[in-house]
Design a protein around this ligand. Sequence first.
Ligand SMILES: O=C(O)C(=O)C[C@]1(C(=O)O)C=C[C@@H](O)C=C1
Length: 202
Amino acid sequence: ATPPGSAAAAVSASVTATASASGGAPTRPYERLLPVADLSAQRLLTADQVAASKYRYPAPPGGGTDSPIDDPVRERQVLEAVAGQARELGADPEATVRVFRDQIEANKLVQRGLFRRWDADPAQAPTERPDLSKVRLEINRINGELVRAIADSAGARAERSCAGRLTAAAAHTRHDRLLDALHTAALERSLRSVCAATAGRR
Ligand SMILES: O=C(O)C(=O)C[C@]1(C(=O)O)C=C[C@@H](O)C=C1
């Protein structure tokens, strides 16, 4: 019995639109940030496979050499792909790329940490070499989901309380994913720019 075109009808239409955009529930910022933290952890867990694919293996004669951890060509491909995906979603490609630069740095932190661990204790070193191209397919899949989580969390990332909520989301993720100290430090590194939507503003 609300006359169409009345102020009440306009309010009720906008409430309906908001509710359906967020799956029927009001938008809860923590629930928007949690997938960003969880997907970042999933991405970091792939670093173990990447490192294993690059670590030297004893090869006759005299043993093998490591492949470089840094692959600037692949990094550019990742950043271009995620910028394109963000644009397709109508999201901010620059903010997305900022977050992914940190994701890549964090991935390298894990790889370097594992190389050190395996050098110090060869008994922990991997015995099988994963196929890097297969691991990258998994990374691509996570990248796509993470681009969407970054897009879906635009509001939450712009709020003043983002940093506190993100810290809570990272702590939850750390326990949920059973992260060790190396992966926990890398998770923190990977999330550095997530709340930076408000960086430089007060
Ligand atoms: O794909 C690789 O070779 C990785 O090491 C992963 C990754 C990434 O995080 O996407 C990290 C470092 C490389 O420079 C390129 C890409």
